[in-house]
Design a protein around this ligand. Structure first.
Ligand code: DGY
Length: 327
């Protein structure tokens, strides 16, 4: 009798033509509709499969791994992987992977677009126009902050941060960055970027883009005290993870004029957005779409599929998935 193929769970509807590649190797259980899986439902699924392809919505920690004796690999769809407890996965002997590189340029495009939209009040002015409030061209309507020639602070100078720095050079910006470790001088020079201490970065930035990975160490890195160091005229853009910024402190700063505007693609309790943020006019809010171009989302799925096939010992990279993370 032929040996049963390993079982794989795909947690959300993805591109079926790419998922077909998993079907060449595995028995695949897909998810037909976008689903908010309860933690216990994830536990139940993982108990039945050798591999899982999951998104940032699915949190996998020790509770989800209890009973997952057959599980050998989890492929995460995204470069960020704070939804995965990597130590718990390693302790359970489960290989974890993510999808870096393929989303860098698309995400950097979006970070820059959000910066422009926020500083130049694009969505706010569109809402105002649609509400029929534009009576006559006026010299003082919707005055924003210049992006060109200003100082850009980049918090987290990994691949996406460097992509944003490259775009900033076309706007004649002075680029400063802060990172856990300073980049080699050749990389700094190639990106026209100079290193700054954390507080120095916040104090000097006209616009600050947050691209640092989310972890226990960066939880509420931008708290009330840190936000208080920023210029009252500054723009804050977050395309990393909501939990890096204390949203309540940020909302208070935006409401009181201690921070000019914020562009937010990520939220601490997403998809719920704090009412204090929804109530503000000087924020641009988008639903975590920085990597959402068709080509890039397809490339992310293709890479996650490759990773899972390899992590489960199949395909050309059998046993050596290209994007292994953690232990
Ligand atoms: C990531 O890759 O981490 C994004 O947030 C989801 O595309």
């Amino acid at each position: 009798m032929a040996e049963a193929r390993p079982r794989v769970w795909v947690s959300q509807p993805l591109f079926e033509d790419l998922i077909d590649r998993l079907r060449e190797h595995f028995q695949v259980e897909t998810t037909v509709e976008v689903t908010r899986h309860a933690p216990a439902a994830i536990t139940a699924k993982l108990a039945q499969v050798e591999g899982a392809l999951v998104t940032l919505n699915e949190r996998i920690g020790p509770d989800q791994l209890r009973g997952a004796g057959r599980l050998r690999a989890v492929a995460n769809l995204g470069v960020g992987h704070n939804n995965l407890d990597l130590d718990a996965l390693a302790a359970a002997g489960v290989v974890a992977t993510n999808t870096p590189d393929v989303l860098t340029e698309t995400t950097a495009d979006f970070g820059f677009a959000l910066l422009l939209a926020t500083a130049r009040r694009i969505t706010e002015s569109e809402r105002w126009l649609r509400e029929g409030r534009w009576r006559q061209w006026s010299f003082a309507d919707m005055l924003g902050a210049d992006v060109h020639g200003s100082t850009l602070g980049i918090l987290g100078m990994g691949r996406i941060g460097q992509g944003i720095a490259r775009r900033a050079s076309g706007f004649d910006m002075r680029v400063r960055y802060h990172n856990r470790s300073r980049l080699p001088s050749a990389v700094e020079a190639a990106h026209g970027a100079s290193y700054a201490g954390f507080e120095e970065l916040l104090a000097g930035a006209d616009h600050l883009v947050v691209v640092v990975p989310y972890s226990a160490a960066t939880h509420h890195l931008l708290d009330a005290r840190a936000l208080g160091l920023m210029k009252p005229t500054a723009t804050l853009v977050n395309i990393a993870r909501g939990g890096i910024v204390d949203e309540q402190a940020m909302a208070r700063a935006l409401a009181d004029g201690r921070l000019a505007a914020a562009g937010l693609d990520v939220f601490e309790g997403e998809p719920e957005v704090a009412p204090a943020l929804l109530a503000l006019r000087n924020v641009v809010l988008t639903p975590h779409i920085a990597s959402a171009s068709l080509a890039t989302r397809r490339a992310m799925v293709a890479l996650a599929v490759d990773n899972l096939i390899a992590a489960l010992g199949q395909g050309p990279d059998a046993g050596a998935p290209p994007n292994r993370i953690g232990g």
